[in-house]
Design a protein around this ligand. Structure first.
Ligand code: PEP
Length: 246
């Protein structure tokens, strides 16, 4: 039985007082009978680590460099994240693929760099609205995941995958539970062909998950939790989504 995982993606939001209030609200809503993590902007990783220390809540970054170290101005390595206890790193979020032209191979290399330092990559895949309407959903998500499978080889079972249809992110337009499950089943089958551990891997759904739609999404056979954007910025909503995963 896979334990569900709910991850908040704060994106580029936050400030010292806002973060303190949000984290206090989430901590105050515990206990959750599910795994919970927040992925925060780089400058706030350290204070998040301190605030969550001693709790079962985990924290992560929203990106990681594919490189070990060196002349890569502005990048943050997996070794740096690991040095102070970072558990997760989101890689290949559609906003990074779109605004920073991240290729499938770069995303795969980032996932490899994270894993090499014991940071679990949350690898995002998902199609645009145009691709869905052109009937390309399956081909797109399989191509994105395939790059990661080929790069990580026998370690592929150690990642978390997040299916995030681009048309559902921040739009208020959620994939129906059936649409989401259909893609999750495809991804699970692709992973099963690559690793015997696929049955234990967690596949998250992301895209306008809210307290009122989370339970039905999480009830689907291959949906093992969520990657939550907007609703992760309100402690009450995030806590309600975590509850829906219990
Ligand atoms: C996300 O950014 O990963 C996301 C799923 O955003 P939202 O929940 O706001 O659609």
């Amino acid at each position: 039985m896979r334990r569900k995982l709910v991850v908040g993606n704060w994106k580029m939001h936050g400030s010292h007082p806002a973060n303190a209030e949000l984290l206090a609200g989430i901590l105050g809503a515990r206990p959750f009978n599910t795994d919970v993590a927040v992925c925060v902007p780089f400058p706030y990783l350290s204070e998040t680590a301190v605030t969550l220390a001693g709790s079962e809540l985990r924290w992560g970054a929203q990106d990681v460099s594919a490189h070990e170290q060196g002349a890569y101005t502005g990048e943050v390595s997996a070794a740096m994240l690991a040095e102070f206890g970072c558990r997760y790193a989101i890689v290949g979020h559609s906003e990074r693929r779109a605004y920073h032209a991240e290729s499938d191979q770069l995303v795969a290399d980032k996932a490899k760099a994270a894993l090499a330092r014991g940071v679990t990559p949350i690898v995002c895949v998902g199609e645009t609205l145009q691709q869905r309407e052109a009937g390309e959903t399956e081909a797109v998500v399989k191509r994105q995941l395939s790059a990661v499978i080929h790069t990580l080889t026998h370690c592929i079972g150690e990642i978390v995958v997040a299916y995030e249809p681009v048309w559902a992110i921040g739009t208020g337009r959620t994939a129906s539970p059936e649409q989401a499950q259909q893609v999750h089943a495809l991804l699970r089958a692709q992973l099963l062909a690559a690793t015997p551990h696929a049955a234990d891997m967690r596949l998250l759904y992301g895209g306008s998950v809210k307290p009122d739609n989370a339970a039905t999404l999480f009830a689907q056979a291959d949906i093992d939790g969520g990657l939550i954007g907007g609703a992760a910025l309100k402690a009450a909503d995030f806590a309600a989504i975590c509850r829906a995963a219990e």
